[in-house]
Ligand binder design. Structure first.
Ligand code: ATP
Ligand SMILES: Nc1ccn([C@@H]2O[C@H](COP(=O)(O)O)[C@@H](O)[C@H]2O)c(=O)n1
Length: 235
């Protein structure tokens, strides 16, 4: 008997483990995977590249429909391109990270990206895990399962610093500064929670999972169990 497709929304603040959890759960359950933060980062990269002042909401709004953003949804090898250019690496840089909350707060940007997200989810015949900030509240309010991941700022900063330090090759790297990383995470959370249009928020019917004291494997197991309870078995 074919498995029933399932749509899973995973939201939460920065660095709570959304991407790591979503990719692993999707791979284990035979689902597609969509990183919506990567889409906002991609449009931000394009704005910066085009010389648009990202603090000028009118200029950002006027350009919102110009770039073509394509997301590959294989959880083992997710991809993101803008006008055919692979931007997977540059969208993770400091410049984009520092600008993305301003761009994602512009309603015309959100309308454009939300439409894209809904069409990708609708095409995923086998089901999909979609992660972001407003998936359960706005993008896919009828998702079969909604998870809201949290973790203390200290834990998130320590995890992110370890990741950045590893990526840059040693403790001397800027990513090793846990205090600065914590401040940057909290600044981005405040901007994402405080915007008028579709802010970062927990849907009323979402299950909250505090990952502060959990290993990544435990969080993955928790989400897989919740999906199985809705009748979907791993492949
Ligand atoms: N439960 C966990 N235990 C330990 N480390 C974890 C856990 N969950 C995630 N991590 C690590 O924390 C870091 C941040 O995780 P991840 O990128 O998945 O978070 P995120 O919520 O998607 O972040 P962002 O919103 O900024 O994209 C990664 O290095 C990841 O390996
Ligand atoms: N559904 C979403 C997802 C993301 N954003 C914005 O993108 C930024 C980057 O997200 P990451 O998950 O890659 O860190 C995030 O800070 C938000 O500004 C969003 O608005 N809605």
């Amino acid at each position: 008997m074919a498995a029933t497709p399932v749509v899973v929304a995973i939201d939460g603040p920065s660095g709570t483990g959304k991407s790591s959890t979503s990719k692993a759960v999707a791979a284990r359950m035979g689902l597609r995977y969509l990183d919506t933060g990567a889409q906002y980062r991609a449009i931000t990269w394009w704005m910066l590249h085009a010389g648009i002042d990202v603090e000028d909401a009118a200029a950002v709004a006027a350009a919102a429909d110009k770039p073509s953003i394509v997301s590959g949804t294989d959880p083992l090898a997710p991809t993101i391109t803008v006008d055919g250019t692979d931007v997977a690496a540059p969208i993770r840089g400091q410049q984009v990270t520092g600008a993305v909350s301003a761009v994602s707060a512009v309603p015309e940007v959100r309308t454009r990206i939300t439409e894209l997200q809904r069409s990708i989810a609708a095409e995923a015949a086998e089901g999909i895990v979609v992660e972001g900030r407003d998936i359960g509240t706005t993008v896919l309010p009828d998702a079969d399962l909604k998870i809201f991941l949290t973790a203390s700022p200290e834990v998130r900063a320590a995890r992110r610093s370890a990741e950045l330090t590893g990526r840059s090759g040693g403790p001397a790297a800027a990513g090793a500064d846990v205090v600065a990383t914590r401040e940057a995470l909290l600044r981005r959370d405040a901007a994402d929670s405080g915007r008028k249009t579709s802010p970062l928020a927990k849907a009323a019917d979402a299950t909250e999972v505090d990952t502060s004291e959990l290993t990544l494997e435990q969080v993955i197991e928790c989400v897989v169990t919740l999906i199985e309870e809705r009748g979907r078995r791993p492949r």
